[in-house]
Design a protein around this ligand. Sequence first.
Ligand code: PML
Ligand code: MG
Length: 242
Amino acid sequence: MMGLYSIRMRGAEGGPHEEGGRHISGAERIVEESDLESIAASLIHRALQHSKGKSDFINICIDAVHDEDIMYVDCIAIEEHKSESVQESHELAKDLLQSVVNYKAVEQAFTELGQLSGNMRGAILLDANTGVRLDQDHMRGVRVSHMDACGTEIRPMNVHMREALVLATKVQSCSGIVGELCWSDDPDYTVGYVACNGVYHRIPNMKDMGTPIGGRVFFVDINRPIREIVDYLENTTVLVRW
Ligand code: PML
Ligand code: MG
């Protein structure tokens, strides 16, 4: 593919993120030059019409992607789970994560997400053996970026799932990361997931309807410099093949 651009949007209310604004929405695509203008318009629309509020700060950043810098990764497998309650969902998520993450670190992840007083733009990084927090900027976290999917979608999915699956696939492809836990910060979206062993475990009822706080935790289990992991997640361009 030639002529691709990375386009990234982040929107906040009460000023820019770096000046204490509240994170409203972030999204990104990797698209052909001819699609840039229409995608920019749709990203601006998202920042302005979000269920979490209306952004009064919107940052759009566009840069060309060079073909030789793109990594292609196959989409991870999807498993749909059933659950009747938040408690049942959290127990299931904990069981799944414990195949790759120490019990203490799993518990710590739920504590961290449960204690958030506001939404982070990025994810929390935890040591999979000890549960110790590894990322440097505790307000921002690690923001996975420079990714999209290519090819024909494998099945119908809503925008939440599409974006989460792309992100989770990039994160699973990062050497040193063994698992991920996520539920949405959108008050009206309660589906979340656990990703581990190359599988996206989609779990309903990960939080109560109306809860405006959510987030992500990545579990690190390798002696690799954190800076390398963060650099891969934030800067390496990954296209997920459906
Ligand atoms: C988000 O919206 O920030 C996370 C969404 C998780 C998507 C889960 C799904 O529907 O598969
Ligand atoms: Mg969101």
